[in-house]
Design a protein around this ligand. Structure first.
Ligand SMILES: *Cc1c(COP(=O)(O)O)cnc(C)c1O
Length: 359
């Protein structure tokens, strides 16, 4: 059996160590005589797993005491509805349209109130984070929504907007645990697990406690933050195995030296790839330099046939899932925490070889 370097944007590569522990524990978890998959979510053994998963996130991200951590179902997409349902008390929020997911968040929020798009880079196919003009921000908005890292386009925020006290809400699906940041800068953070934390099936929500509790009457119980908190994220059967995997992945991040060490590695990996792209005569980075993502590196050749050939030959060389998102074309290398430096080195070497052969 040979594992490939998997550059998928999500679900994405997981740390091999975490997968091996899961394999070892597959038939019998500790002394329970059963797999985690077969366990009651109300058992003491399972409670210890979900508690450890939460404690890992709290420790790794330095989550302050006045923030609650929830595990919710429906991925990040469910949060596009849950956030306005829980937070749009005055019926309006500001949005930055920095990519496919950011646009979707604004679109879904429109059902519940006014979703004011304060800036957009859609005209240039989201090749940058749009310039923000604070005079367009609504000081009365319930919250201000950004997508910290744009998974499809390959950009990210390097500077947070100054929202003058309006709670900042961020979709961090492809950013969480990739670098150090201060949770205090945000009112609410949410992230689907399948980019940087584990398999698909759960979203992590980190919410400041004063923002909980005043949701719209129509809010489905499963989307209600306060009830989810009161029930310890077990309002109904949670995705038990996914949360167990998230625990194993966050255990691994801790063993590696925490988020600070992840950031060091991520900067090193991204620099290697971007340096090559900047010097290449064949490949070109797709987004403006100042807004480049460390997690999703998008690039083009600008010739459909050559791009197809590149993706096929890379796959044959054990470099998988380099095709860009269907809405954007070109190529995308997602280099989340679990992608080792060796994987990025192998990709750059392959690109150099391809460039020589396809001048
Ligand atoms: C992947 C992704 C989503 C969608 O996640 P689902 O879990 O499939 O709902 C939303 N936002 C961002 C930034 C993403 O990367």
């Amino acid at each position: 059996m040979k594992r490939v370097y998997n550059f998928s944007a999500g679900p994405s590569a997981l740390p091999e160590e975490a997968l091996k522990i899961a394999a070892d524990e597959m038939l019998c978890y500790q002394d329970t005589g059963m797999s985690v998959m077969e366990m009651s979510h109300r058992s003491a053994a399972y409670q210890a797993i979900i508690d450890a998963a939460e404690a890992n996130i709290r420790e790794l991200m330095n989550v302050p005491d006045n923030y609650n951590i929830l595990f919710m179902q429906g991925g990040a997409t469910a949060q596009f509805d849950a956030v306005p349902l829980n937070l749009m008390k005055k019926g309006k929020a500001d949005f930055v349209d920095s990519g496919t997911w950011a646009a979707k968040a604004a679109k879904l929020a429109k059902k519940y109130g006014t979703a004011n798009v304060v800036a957009s880079s859609k005209d240039t196919v989201w090749d940058r984070i749009p310039e923000l003009d604070p005079s367009k921000f609504d000081p009365e908005a319930d919250y201000f929504h950004i997508t910290m890292n744009n998974t499809v386009a390959g950009t990210r925020f390097y500077e947070l907007p100054d929202t003058k006290g309006v709670p900042l809400v961020s979709d961090m699906s492809s950013y969480i645990l990739s670098e150090v940041f201060d949770v205090n800068d945000f009112g609410l953070i949410y992230a689907g697990a399948q980019k940087n934390m584990g398999p698909a099936g759960v979203a992590v929500v980190i919410i400041r406690d004063d923002l909980m509790g005043d949701c719209m009457d129509i809010t489905p119980e499963l989307y209600n933050y306060k009830i989810n908190y009161e029930k310890g994220s077990m309002l109904n059967t949670p995705p038990t195995y996914t949360i167990y995997m998230l625990k194993l992945v966050t255990d691994w991040v801790k063993r590696q030296g925490g988020v600070k060490e992840m950031q060091r590695r991520n900067e090193e990996k991204a620099a290697l790839l971007y340096d090559y792209l900047d010097n290449s005569k064949l490949f070109k980075g797709r987004v403006v330099k100042k807004d480049r993502s460390l997690m999703n590196v998008t690039f083009v050749i600008g010739d459909d046939e050559k791009e197809k050939k590149f993706i096929a030959e890379a796959k044959a060389a054990g470099l998988e899932n380099l095709k860009g998102h269907r809405s954007m074309g070109g190529m995308r290398a997602s280099i989340y925490n679990a992608m080792p430096l060796e994987g990025v080195k192998a990709l750059v070497e392959f690109m150099e070889k391809f460039e020589k052969e396809n001048k």
